[in-house]
Design a protein around this ligand. Structure first.
Ligand code: M6R
Length: 366
């Protein structure tokens, strides 16, 4: 059932081009620049009336939520607040009938996320979910649902569920932007044109596997890792750190690159590998100067980028080069080396990759 792969996690990493293609299939009206989301069950009028969006989730799904905030605020011009379900549920959040609460959950059974849903619904808000498991509790209790079509995810470390959540959020943002009139037909079409190229770019990103395994050998002995990114890549830095700690048991932290000088810079020495996520976007130069700060202090830089830059190459110990795509979809591509690096380090350390200690696939207790 592992289809020739050594672990479910690796199989699921490699299933991503297919999982993403399935999540897009039948939902994109490219010519019209529109998205069709069967099951969302919230009318264009209802969606257009929303004054605020909450996105609530736990763990990796919360990282997807953080990326979702960028997509929705940029393209739909509505304020988005992201929260961890176990925080949201106990803080008496301000929700009314003009608030849309979007829950994200692979399993659809996470206790805190389900409780957050009930909290928002109980206050009269509209509730929609992004779930992978069909007919799960969270899917059933929401007004509407957008399913990710990742297929069953067995490995405890979420991989294809995460990248398909990013795709579902992208589809939702285009849809919301179109119904709210913040995206016109041409803009919608341009975004969807980019989206349909995503599966084969993910495939190209997976070709980094061998080089990443090499790097894993080099860095597996480290006691700690730091992951840095800005903007929509900051959640990917968090996700990279979570992947590494949950399956390799190495301590890792994700940080917004600009925040490094406010504390974590004190950790940097020649024993600290620093993964810097630095695609060629508006903050490229900023992240490069953060990377230089790491390099200048002897830190070992592992750069993840889509841009050949002599300064970057010179100051990095390893560079993983990804294909180019619009900035909104770049987090999907940068996720791939995060997954592969954590996977290979865990395998080299001999941990139980699919069933890491102390963790359950679905956390149905508080
Ligand atoms: O099923 P859910 O998406 O609600 O699960 C949320 C978290 O428990 C989950 O993402 C967890 O953080 C994963 N083990 C991460 O790889």
């Amino acid at each position: 059932e592992k289809g020739g792969y050594k672990h479910f996690m690796l199989k699921e990493i490699y299933e991503q081009p297919r999982a993403i293609a399935d999540t897009i299939a039948g939902r994109v009206l490219e010519e019209k620049g529109e998205v069709y989301l069967e099951g969302l069950d919230l009318s264009a009028t209802e969606l257009a009336a929303m004054e605020k969006v909450f996105i609530i989730a736990c763990g990796t799904s919360w990282h997807a939520a953080l990326v979702g905030k960028f997509l929705i605020e940029k393209h739909c011009r509505v304020p988005v607040e992201v929260d961890i379900a176990s925080e949201f549920r106990y803080r008496d959040p301000i929700v009314n009938e003009r608030t849309l609460t979007l829950l994200i959950s692979q399993s659809g059974e996470t206790a805190d996320t389900l409780a957050a849903l009930r909290e928002a619904r109980g206050k009269g808000g509209k509730v929609a979910a992004i779930c992978n498991v069909v007919d799960s509790s969270i899917a059933r209790e929401s007004h509407g649902v957008i399913y990710t079509h990742a297929g069953p995810e067995i490995g405890v470390a979420s991989t294809k569920a995460f990248t398909t959540q990013l795709v579902a959020l992208f589809l939702f943002a285009v849809h919301l932007g179109r119904v709210r009139g913040t995206l016109d037909q041409a803009q919608g079409r341009a975004m969807l044109d980019a989206l349909v190229t995503l599966p084969r770019k993910v495939e190209a990103a997976l070709e980094l596997d061998g080089a990443i395994e090499q790097a894993a050998r080099e860095y597996m002995g480290a006691r700690d890792f730091l992951y840095l990114g800005r903007g929509n890549q900051y959640p990917i830095a968090l996700e990279g750190a979570l992947k590494l700690k949950e399956i390799s048991y190495i301590h890792a932290e994700g940080y917004p690159a600009g925040e490094m000088k406010h504390g974590p810079i004190a950790l940097i020495d020649e024993n600290l590998p620093v993964v810097v996520v630095v695609p060629h976007n508006d903050t490229f130069e900023k992240v490069i100067s953060n990377l230089e700060e790491v390099h200048a202090r002897g830190g070992r830089v592992i750069a993840v980028t889509d841009h050949t830059d002599p300064g970057l190459t010179e100051k990095s110990d390893a560079v993983f080069m990804l294909p180019k795509i619009i900035d909104e979809l770049m987090p999907v591509l940068t996720s791939i080396p995060m997954q592969l690096l954590a996977y290979h380090i865990a395998v080299l350390k001999g941990t139980d990759v699919d069933q890491p200690r102390n963790l359950a696939k679905s956390v149905t207790v508080e």
